[in-house]
Design a protein around this ligand. Structure first.
Ligand SMILES: [Zn+2]
Length: 458
């Protein structure tokens, strides 16, 4: 057993001063108390629960920033042109190179305070679109990188079948495809077998989007959904996708999903940017969660999620960094809030009927619903019997140091960045010390070699 004395321990709606937290050999929290007479390690600073990254496409990290050089001819550059560049990169990466990129990305996520990632993984096959002899080769590389860097991973092998509503897949999508739901379920089984090799990995199901699968495939996967396990799906990210869904299915994507399936609190709808009023209410009523990716949605010009209406209806959301153009957790929360302020001309946009402190509100939504996205049910911070996953924020910041305990969280949210993160713990193990990952040099060298091989960014 190990005991930590913590200067400021962030709970769901209060900050405890000078708490003693006991962690067992298995990395799980045994108790939290006010007094302790014995040896302890002192964690100096503000200690937050580990952040959850509920939506990641690992390989896209290698191209983050590369699609930012725009033509001066005023040609349209939007999600669809960005997607063409992304496909080019997806077609080149080998399993070894994917693992190398994942090592870099996941060590960076840990440095930013994420202790768990949901990997929305559709890069399944080799460069010619043929299956690897190990069906889950690419997913296994992601889980291996997570294990080696120390982050927990929920691998979501994605069912991807079509090139659009009623359209065959394009040549550039060949690495992503399962011919039908039976083949997809074989991939899930193979991924689960691979996951047995790793202590920090689990596997759940996901569907790329309504446009990427046919109706029969969708029914086969959704109607056999495992009870109590999360299911992830991209939905209503693009206006064009909404219009195409209306012509193909006769309804908007979210409405059609709600009308045709038993959508419940295990569903994690990624983006859900473009919603009619009835769809906002429909998601909130179903108990489904929305995964918001503010920096990627902003970068791609997707649109702004109607958070204010959704939260007033008791809607639940979490945060993902998607294409990884931004990786800072607090920045994602700030962008989300500021988007709402900018369109509503109000400042009080980030709160619930129960919680008026945006620090507590944002953190509890992103963390508790983020855990649900990984299949973990825990609605408190630092809960007894759960892993000690923690982020230690340095108190050597003039505003943070001078704030009262409750104001510390809002100060951290609105006026600080990741450089304030000093240490990160995953299941009781320290993986970030003095703001650095313990294998940083080796990971960097390997990542540089990989990008050179791929001739990226030269
Ligand atoms: Zn995505």
């Amino acid at each position: 057993m190990k005991v930590y004395k913590i200067d400021y321990l962030v709970q769901k709606d209060v900050v405890l001063k000078d708490a003693f937290l006991e962690v067992g050999k298995d990395g799980k929290i045994i108790g939290i108390q006010k007094e302790y007479n014995g040896d302890y390690e002192h964690l100096r600073g503000l200690v937050l629960p580990g952040f959850q990254n509920a939506h990641s496409h690992c390989f896209q990290y290698a191209m983050a920033g590369m699609a930012e050089l725009h033509s001066t001819t005023n040609e349209p550059d939007d999600f669809w042109s960005w997607r063409d560049s992304m496909y080019k990169i997806a077609l080149q990466i080998s399993p070894e190179q994917l693992e190398s990129v994942a090592m870099m990305l996941y060590s960076e996520m840990l440095r930013m305070g994420y202790t768990e990632v949901a990997e929305f993984h559709y890069l399944h096959h080799d460069k010619d679109g043929k299956t690897y002899s190990n069906l889950s080769e690419m997913g296994e590389r992601l889980m291996s990188a997570a294990q080696k860097t120390g982050i927990k991973i929920t691998l979501i092998p994605i069912f991807y079948q079509k090139g659009g509503f009623g359209k065959e897949a394009a040549e550039g999508q060949r690495r992503f495809l399962s011919s039908d739901s039976e083949n997809y379920l074989k991939l899930v089984d193979a991924s689960r077998k691979s996951a047995e090799k790793f202590s920090k990995a689990k596997v759940v199901k996901g569907i790329h989007s309504l446009r990427a699968v046919d109706e029969k495939g969708l029914q086969n996967v959704l109607n056999t959904k495992e009870k109590d396990l999360p299911l992830h799906i991209h939905i209503s990210e693009q206006l064009k996708e909404v219009e195409e869904c209306k012509s193909f299915y006769g309804a908007r994507p979210v409405q059609w999903l709600l009308d045709n399936f038993e959508v419940d609190s295990n569903y994690h709808l990624v983006h859900a940017t473009h919603l009619a009023e009835s769809e906002i209410q429909g998601i909130a009523n179903s108990g489904a969660n929305v995964v918001l990716c503010p920096s990627t949605e902003g970068n791609l010009g997707d649109g702004i999620f109607p958070l204010r209406a959704f939260q007033e209806m008791g809607g639940k959301w979490s945060i993902g960094t998607d294409s990884h153009i931004g990786l800072q957790f607090m920045e994602e929360l700030r962008l989300l809030d500021y988007g709402q302020r900018l369109i509503s001309h109000k400042r009080n946009t980030f709160y619930s009927k129960q919680q008026g402190n945006p620090g507590f509100y944002g953190l509890s939504q992103a963390i508790c619903n983020g855990r649900k996205a990984m299949g973990v049910q825990s609605s408190n911070f630092f809960e007894i019997g759960h892993d000690f996953d923690a982020v230690v924020v340095d108190m050597v910041h003039p505003l943070l140091f001078m704030s009262n305990p409750e104001l510390k969280l809002a100060t951290n949210l609105y006026s600080m960045d990741q450089t304030s993160i000093k240490e990160v713990y995953v299941a009781g193990e320290r993986v970030i010390t003095n703001g650095m990952h313990h294998q940083m040099d080796a990971i960097w060298m390997d990542f540089a070699k990989t990008l050179k091989e791929l001739s990226f960014r030269a």
